[in-house]
Design a protein around this ligand. Structure first.
Ligand code: FES
Length: 301
């Protein structure tokens, strides 16, 4: 029998794989949920929240100090890409999770199966807890295999993207988020719930970023930006996907369609919001449409 002294020493936490650490944490949280004694449960929950609060406060302080210093910014930029650092910052809400990238990864896993049956799927957007997709080829229709493929897409998205509760299939036509100004028509439909009128279309300067405050009925105001690249408009929540700093002072480069955050230089595709600097990041895009020369933006379901 191996004595305690002969057993291999467990690696220090910093040497362990991030998935092992995350699993240990999940196991501990699951074990805590199974504690049946109510007072024990309360004490354990209070301890957990206090520890999380202390860690979050310290991390926010560290991130702010690093952000305010030139060399610190560079370091922050580097260490935020470390899986364990990223996991902890995400856990504490200090950097934003990236549902679009997670959803795309989930769809990549089911795509080979769809394509082997003559179908395909495209992720259009995520709003609240709903992922909107377009299906093509054999995924359409009501045959048993089409239904099975659609269920596979839904299961993959719900299982792999935290917060996704519903998957909606959009008709196969251009989405409403990017509208070439030259093709804007007059529509008379009554705005649906969640749509907020922003500004007349002429006020969105060509090749520029315009900040707008959107105030939906009965809900808090949302700060947004509208990016006009060569007459195509895209709207985003006015928060960088890196550390949620505002983007209205970002640099828009129409020669390569990029939007670069003024704070730490994360670079995004101006029309899709996809991050070019760090593939795991994505701006939160808001659906946009034009009616009677006015630009409407959807901020809630
Ligand atoms: S907040 Fe850091 S790059 Fe935008």
């Amino acid at each position: 029998m191996t004595s305690l002294a002969d057993r291999p020493v467990a690696p220090a936490p910093e040497d362990r794989d991030v998935e092992v650490l995350a699993q240990a944490l999940d196991d501990a949280v699951a074990a805590l949920a199974e504690v049946t004694d109510p007072s024990g449960q309360r004490v354990a929950q209070a301890l957990r929240s206090s520890l999380e609060d202390v860690h979050r406060a310290a991390l926010v302080h560290v991130v702010r100090r690093l952000r305010d210093d030139a060399r610190g910014k560079e370091l922050l930029f580097e260490i935020v890409d470390e899986p364990v650092v990223r996991m902890v910052l995400l856990m504490h809400g200090i950097i934003r999770p990236d549902p679009m990238t997670l959803a795309r990864q989930a769809l990549e896993q089911v795509r080979p199966q769809l394509q082997s049956h003559g179908g395909d799927v495209e992720l259009v957007r995520i709003e609240g807890g709903t992922a909107f997709v377009r299906l093509s080829g054999a995924c359409n229709g009501c045959s048993m295999s089409a239904v099975t493929m659609r269920n596979g897409v839904e299961e993959a998205l719900k299982a792999q993207v935290p917060g996704i509760e519903r998957v909606e299939v959009l008709p196969n036509e251009p989405g409403p988020t990017l509208i070439p100004l030259g093709e804007v028509g007059i529509r008379t439909a009554t705005p649906e719930r969640g749509w907020v009128r922003s500004l007349p279309i002429g006020e969105f300067t060509l090749d520029a970023i315009t900040a707008v405050e959107l105030v939906p009925d009965g809900a808090p105001a949302v700060d947004a930006i509208v990016v006009n690249v060569g007459g195509q408009l895209s709207a985003y929540v006015n928060e960088c996907a890196h550390l949620a700093m505002p983007l209205d002072d970002a640099e828009l480069d129409t020669s390569d369609g990029s939007l670069t955050c003024a704070h730490h230089g994360y670079c995004f595709d101006a029309l899709s919001g996809e991050c070019r600097t760090f593939p795991g990041a994505q701006l939160e895009q808001l659906p946009l449409r034009v009616e009677d020369g006015e630009v409407w933006i959807r901020v809630s379901a």
